[in-house]
Design a binder for this molecule. Structure first.
Ligand SMILES: C[C@H](O)[C@H](O)[C@H]1CNC2=NC(N)=NC(=O)C2=N1
Length: 96
């Protein structure tokens, strides 16, 4: 099992990454990214995929053309954990 984030850790995350929002009815966060076209979206997803494999922590995501909706949660913790914070950081880098 992995430890869930404390209230304080959640608040820190949400204020540091204001574009990430809590998902209704789940202990998860999500953000939608929009790129100029599919090629840019796919490049982003490829970079995230490499980071996810390296960390053995994977996003839930949904892609339509230039749009990628990403949801992060930790199944092993049944909620948000440090792994989601770390992956969100990598995702923000990959979107730059
Ligand atoms: C067995 C394997 O390490 C686990 O299933 C990992 C893989 N990727 C994962 N990804 C996410 N998002 N949550 C997990 O709990 C998780 N667990």
């Amino acid at each position: 099992m992995v430890r869930k984030l404390s209230e304080e850790e959640r608040e820190t995350f949400l204020s540091r990454y204001p574009e990430w929002k809590m998902v209704e009815g789940r202990d998860a966060v999500s953000r939608t990214f929009k790129f100029s076209d599919f090629n840019e979206a796919w490049g982003f997803m490829s970079r995230v995929a490499l980071a996810a494999e390296k960390a053995d922590h994977h996003p839930e995501w949904f892609n339509v053309y230039n749009k990628v909706e990403v949801t992060l949660t930790t199944h092993d913790a049944d909620g948000l954990s440090e792994r989601d914070v770390a992956l969100a950081g990598n995702i923000e880098e990959a979107a730059k």
